[in-house]
Design a binder for this molecule. Sequence first.
Ligand SMILES: [Fe+2]
Length: 512
Amino acid sequence: MAAIRTRTDSAASTRIFNESYFAFPAVLDACVKDGIKTIAIAGDLTDDGQVATMDGALALLQHYSETHGVRFFLTPGNHDVFAMSGRHHTKAFYTKDGGIASVTSNRQLVQGEGAVLEERMFCRSYSDLAPLWAPYGIQRQEKDHYWECPFGVDDAFDKRMFEIASRDGSVIHRQLDLSYLVEPEPGLWLVAVDANVFEPRKGCKDGSHFDAVSDSTDAGWNSLVRLKPFVLDWLANVSARAKIQGKTLVCFSHYPAIDTYDGTVADEDFLFGATQAVRRTPWTMTSNAVARTGIGIHFSGHLHVADTSTIEVDGTRLTNVALPSPVAFPPGFAVVTGDFRGVSADLRRVEFDRFDAFFPFYRNDAKADSSWIEASSYGQFLYGHVAQLVRNRYLPHEWPTDLARVFNQASLEDLFALAKIAEPVAAGDFVSQRVGGLSAIDLVVDWYAVRKGSEFALQFIPSNRLELYFKLIAEYGCRQWADPACLQSQVKLFLDMMARYLGADATAREAV
Ligand SMILES: [Fe+2]
């Protein structure tokens, strides 16, 4: 009966789990309604690549293919597949009697910790998953007008292996790369880059062992440029041929090729340290290397943000369209249109009626914070999820303790008053005056909301709050404090980052 994940797990995760049962078909139905026949999924099709989850998702794709004539094209994310070994997973589920059971594919945990054994919790390896994904771009299909991969036109998996070395060069593994170019309809070249990079660890010669490689989660294009350079050579070649042949090039991978946080990452590193966002942002030299291939536009997933960024290197432009997820804030997908002269993306919000289908289970979960499940729409439910993440993940795990305490205790009025104190105040010395109004936590939640959604987030934030935020940004923006580490300087930097999340698009300011 293990089918429903706990609310506590969702509250601390970068995405929600159970609602995807409705959210994903809602996206597919919207596409079918619009007559869309080609759907590309930028990785992380599943929660964690569990056999049961992946098989369920693939059955759904097969159903839409057969019923509506839709073709799907996949590229692996870090949650779909794990290296050449696969890996075990253990997750908590509600039980029939309202309890919580730990379910695992790992027999050792069953004996040691009393977890329930379910072998379909295992995440497959590349070689086990690849044949199952064959119909979805990974191998040539009869309907394709053209197909190739970085290794040529042979789609056999044993011809798509490459060598990858550990950082010290002492260990070399052979791994499978699932990049491909497909022409599903005349003139459209869809390029899927397998940007998962599993770097061998020093001393781990057997690449089939789970701990022989580092996780791909933080690697992305920064590691791809170093460890899979053949992909960049191939992209440059594809891009040149697309121009000569007048093809419409649409390139996608799981990871962003350009910073999606509006140039704030160095400031985030200064304020918080090496957070998840800092670790996952492509470096300038990485983005430049991708731009030089001439692909022009690239669509990414992974970060659950809606953001478009463009760079120009030696007269060649590269635009990265970061796609939101249907199961994280802001819930969305993109409809891409265009021709050989260029393509553009129209962002759509995901909504469906049964967003509250699991609320009765959540209400029974005594361990969960109860303020979240009063949402009146799916979008509001995910906006509420951002607040959960702020309390359960970002403040306790990513923020310095002193700064987290200040924002946990302060009101917005406190922050206005703090701006007027010329003498630097240390975060540890801050005492809230407990004046009423909005709490600083509300500001933090909306800071993350606009960081994730850019202007797409504005439809969720009340306008009176936004007005106050801009007043606060202006209040700190016109002042300087001598000590860059004092509390006022930290708040100023925090607000300046928010302004950049919003200011990246002029319509955001106009909306306010
Ligand atoms: Fe991901």
